[in-house]
Write a protein that binds this ligand. Structure first.
Ligand code: SF4
Length: 571
């Protein structure tokens, strides 16, 4: 069942008034890959009447008022990605296309959608029920943060949006508890995973340097980020407070992770795997092409690449679905009338983190002072790819399934560290699960840049390449590796890019095409480096390329595109 989005649908369901109305910056795609769809389905499953308004016109009352006011609360999300990332390229140019908008034209998503939608509600519904922010944009902007697009430290989004609460991370549990608490007329302010604004601070919470301090003082901003980053594990994190003027942002400790049983139940709710017909009239959404026949297997990532915010949003502990649950979903997909036999992805944020986890992390929370994979794999992590190999085998045996692809990136250092089952897993990938190429993300090859990214070294990359090529030869398949690289990362010079180009051509034998200019997104150590021009772990001063044209030049050093220098141009 789709969540209703029109008055006629509410009437059809016999709902006079929804309990909760969700507002999103994406079109409404009912899929287990879309956070707002999961949230809606979890709440419906618990008995709440949930409606949704996708990509409302923010310049009129027409969309935002079409379902009236909810009985319990409004839920607001910018959508699957931060609206500024969705709307601008890394060099600041507007993006013309949007994979989550019907027809693909990027015309529906306002900048800073979270703020715009919350204010839109306030404009047309004075003294309304609570407005609750969620999703990636709100979650990663929950405390004072560096905003690349305005090049300044911004307040917590909760202060700017004039909303009541913010739920961070993967929020199914927290939003359900919020709904139950509000239904019972009780006070929700102690719910885990919730942020709010208060004048009084709860006891036992850690105080981050104030917004006004971090906005002026780079070292204080670095200190703030360390405390923020370390307090993200539900088993060990303390609540946080941060003064903004004469009030405080209060961040309760993270919500507890769902059990495997609960995770299975979340992914087995009745998703339509389609765009709601009301929005489909305006055209198809590109995002559906890949997610319609894909299966999420796990959440979280302990790779901790410094440019990635998954650790801060989803957490460093992997939660994975049971094999039975994934197989049930695969059978269901195989029965869909338009299924052509191809499952486009079967993975989580990092493909090969399925089915094993560190016992220390599971009992006490992720270590605050060391990393699971960097600089070497921690000996406590019991790496074992056998469960994933077995899962892939069972899925490719399902009637109607011709091929299962692995769409997400792979941590090759993790794979190489699995002496017992790594080879067997890679063999299975090479033989059955590639479409001629395997995507990997070394991101760079220069030691200093890699260190600041927290990425494995170039020798590990070459070792993996050798393994991959030997296995491809063994199965007589012409397959290649696609390398994802980053230009203009903090600390990366033009000279580093030239060295990367030489490495790519001499050692990898390629001219890389998948090179993107670095974007400093909120919630990452890399954005701290970009803003402060310092290595936050050593205090070392960093060269940071901030000139858009020079960033582009770094990229073009590798791709070879761009205009030739003036003297070589034809007249
Ligand atoms: S013991 Fe090792 S693998 Fe476990 S959480 Fe700590 S760093 Fe990660």
């Amino acid at each position: 069942m789709f969540l209703p989005t029109t008055r006629a649908e509410l009437d059809h369901l016999g709902w006079k008034k929804p309990d909760i109305i969700l507002i999103t910056g994406d079109s409404y795609i009912d899929s287990p890959y879309i956070g707002v769809a999961i949230i809606g389905k979890v709440l419906i499953d618990a008995g709440y009447k949930v409606a949704i308004i996708a990509q409302p016109d923010y310049q009129s009352s027409e969309d935002i008022t079409r379902l009236g006011e909810p009985a319990l609360f409004w839920g607001v999300t910018a959508g699957s990605i931060d609206s500024m990332v969705a709307n601008y390229t890394a060099t600041g140019r507007p993006r013309r296309t949007d994979d989550y908008t019907p027809g693909g034209q990027n015309t529906k998503r306002p900048n800073r959608s979270t703020l715009v939608y919350a204010n839109l509600i306030r404009r047309y519904f004075k003294n309304t029920v609570p407005i609750v922010l969620g999703g990636v944009e709100a979650s990663l902007r929950r405390v004072a943060h560096y905003d690349f697009w305005s090049d300044k430290i911004r307040r917590s989004v909760l202060f700017d949006a004039k909303a009541d609460y913010l739920l961070y991370g993967m929020a199914e549990g927290a939003i359900l508890e919020l709904a139950q608490t509000l239904t019972a007329g009780e006070d929700p302010t102690g719910i885990r995973g919730l942020c709010l604004i208060a004048r009084e601070v709860p006891s036992g919470y850690l105080e981050l340097p104030a917004y006004e301090t971090v906005a002026e003082d780079n070292d204080a901003f670095i200190d703030m980020f360390h405390i923020f980053y370390k307090n993200n594990d539900p088993l060990s994190a303390k609540g946080l407070i941060q003064r903004h003027g004469d009030r405080y942002l209060v961040q309760n400790p993270p919500y507890l992770y769902p059990t495997q049983e609960a995770l299975d139940a979340i992914y087995e709710l009745d998703y339509e795997r389609a765009q709601h017909p009301y929005y489909e009239e305006a055209g198809p959404v590109k995002a559906l092409e890949t997610i319609r026949f894909s299966i999420p297997t796990h959440r979280g990532c302990y790779g901790e690449c410094n440019f990635c915010a998954i650790a801060v949003h989803e957490g460093r502990t992997i939660r994975w679905r049971s094999q039975k649950s994934i197989l049930r979903e695969a059978h269901e997909i195989a029965r869909l009338p338009d299924f052509q036999g191809y499952i486009y992805d079967l993975s989580g944020p990092t493909a090969n983190m399925y089915g094993f986890e560190c016992p220390v992390k599971l009992s006490k929370g992720a270590c605050m002072d060391k990393s699971c994979l960097y600089p070497e794999k921690c000996p406590t992590l019991p790496v074992d790819h056998s469960k994933q190999t077995e899962l892939l085998k069972k899925i490719r045996q399902i009637k109607g399934v011709k091929k299962v692809f692995i769409g997400s990136g792979l941590r090759y250092d993790l794979l190489l560290s699995d002496e017992n089952h790594g080879q067997e897993y890679l063999q299975a990938l090479v033989k059955h699960h590639l479409s001629g190429q395997l995507k990997i993300a070394p991101e760079h090859t220069q030691p200093d840049v890699l260190r600041r990214m927290r990425k494995p070294n170039d020798q590990t990359l070459l070792k993996f390449k050798d393994h991959f090529e030997a296995l491809s030869d063994e199965v007589r398949q012409k397959q290649f590796l696609t390398y994802y690289l980053i230009a203009a990362y903090p600390g990366c010079t033009l000279g580093d890019m030239e060295a990367l180009k030489r490495f790519a051509s001499h050692e990898l034998g390629i001219l890389p095409e998948q090179v993107q200019v670095f974007t400093p997104t909120p919630g990452t150590y890399a954005s701290v480096m970009y803003h402060t021009e310092k290595d936050p772990f050593t205090g070392e001063k960093l060269f940071v390329e901030k000139n858009p044209a020079a960033k582009k030049r770094q990229k073009e050093t590798i791709t070879g595109r761009g205009k030739p220098p003036r003297k070589h141009r034809r007249r």
